[in-house]
Design a protein around this ligand. Structure first.
Ligand SMILES: NC(=O)c1ccc[n+]([C@@H]2O[C@H](COP(=O)([O-])OP(=O)(O)OC[C@H]3O[C@@H](n4cnc5c(N)ncnc54)[C@H](OP(=O)(O)O)[C@@H]3O)[C@@H](O)[C@H]2O)c1
Length: 348
């Protein structure tokens, strides 16, 4: 099988390096271009900070982040927000197929916002995007790192019990703020109850992801989300405590089964980055924990780990805690999984 050549923009950042590691030996994709800003011209292995890389990838030279410097069939874009806003449409206009982890285009009506297990049909928006914008390329987006794990978990809950309200409180790792991120003296021995723009994203993105595809746009799912976000001193893995209210009455055991049994199209197609179990339910009284569970599952970092599932205030409410790896399920891993799905569906 001929491999698709791929470029990673901003490859020297927290998410970019995760891509480089996950793409070092990939059955469908060959990483041929890595770009950056301050590190242009350097050997990639020199600026990367510790994730495993193949020798071939470590020996790539960092190229400028410019469509003229990129020759690849597919572009992964974990660009900083302000740069992504103008540069990603430029890439798509010039004919590049681009999947982004950045936020500026996620909520645009003709941009699919993808969790491949949840809404593979939303890729149908690509044709409309190309027609409407006159582009040869396209932009597809991956959700915010906190919204990604949340949306995956909400899918079987909504399908099985009909979600009404979701109240979530997060404890988010420092790698979520990029490198070097939060100053160490601000976060050691501390919790910061604010992350700029994060609550809006967590409240709006899952409703688009679980929404239904109409002719011109996605109709948002009806449930509502209320989020309270916190930055804590863990390195990787966002922990979230959630309270849900549903249309249907349920027993906690039924919910555990619905979550543990959930599978999507990536599992059916046995895509390389698809975890065998997208959601792992733990029965331990004190799990999940970031240190112990961030790499759980058959593809490390791709499964959401759920624990402490119990009844809420009545028979139509419940609570649980879950953990989702922010640079894997919340960024590079989900985006690679979307690309694998597109490859298998003939969309690349
Ligand atoms: N961290 C997460 O958990 C996470 C999760 C989901 C989504 N995201 C999103 O992914 C994106 C990247 O996040 P990150 O955490 O990887 O950030 P980061 O660690 O701060 O990395 C920033 C990267 O951007 C490059 N860069 C800086 N200015 C640039 C410019 N003007 N043009 C081109 N490249 C430039 C840097 O290159 P040099 O090193 O060469 O200067 C570096 O590779 C952001 O949009 C973020 O919101 C992050």
């Amino acid at each position: 099988m001929r491999k698709i050549s791929v470029a990673v923009l901003a490859a020297t950042g927290m998410v970019g390096q995760r891509y480089a590691s996950m793409l070092s030996e990939h059955p469908y994709f060959e990483l041929t271009v890595v770009t950056g800003q301050s590190s242009v011209g350097k050997r990639f292995g020199e600026v990367a900070t510790g994730l495993p890389l193949s020798d071939r990838v470590a020996n790539l030279r960092v190229a400028p982040t410019d469509p003229k410097a990129v020759d690849a069939d597919l572009v992964f874009s974990p660009l900083p927000t302000d740069v992504a806003k103008t540069l990603e449409p430029k890439f798509a206009r010039e004919g590049f197929n681009l999947i982004t982890d950045a936020s500026p285009h996620r909520m645009e009506a003709d941009v699919p916002l993808m969790i491949p297990e949840v809404n593979p049909d939303h890729l149908g928006l690509i044709e409309r995007q190309r027609k409407r914008r006159g582009w040869k390329g396209f932009i597809v987006a991956t959700p915010n790192c906190t919204a990604a794990g949340l949306a995956l978990l909400l899918k079987p809950l909504d399908d099985g019990f009909g979600l009404k309200r979701v109240i979530v409180s997060t404890m988010q790792a420092v790698s979520g703020a990029g490198y070097p991120g939060v100053p160490s003296l601000d976060i050691i021995d501390n919790v910061i109850p604010y992350i700029k723009d994060e609550e809006d994203k967590v409240e709006s993105e899952p409703r688009k992801i679980l929404g239904s595809l109409g002719k011109t746009r996605v109709e948002d799912a009806k449930f509502r989300v209320s989020a309270m976000v916190h930055r804590v001193g863990t390195t990787d893995g966002h922990l979230e405590s959630m309270y849900v209210e549903t249309e249907a009455k349920f027993e906690p055991e039924e919910v555990k089964k619905a979550l543990a049994d959930f599978r999507g199209l990536p599992q059916k197609l046995k895509l390389p980055t698809a975890p065998a179990r997208p959601i792992i339910v733990s029965e331990a009284a004190d799990r999940p924990q970031p240190k112990l569970d961030r790499n759980a599952g058959s593809v490390p970092g791709m499964s959401v780990v759920v624990g402490r599932l119990r009844r809420g205030l009545d028979e139509r409410s419940g609570r649980l805690t879950f953990l989702s790896h922010n640079t894997i399920r919340g960024a590079a891993g989900s985006t690679i999984l979307t690309a694998e799905l597109m490859f298998r569906e003939g969309l690349l």
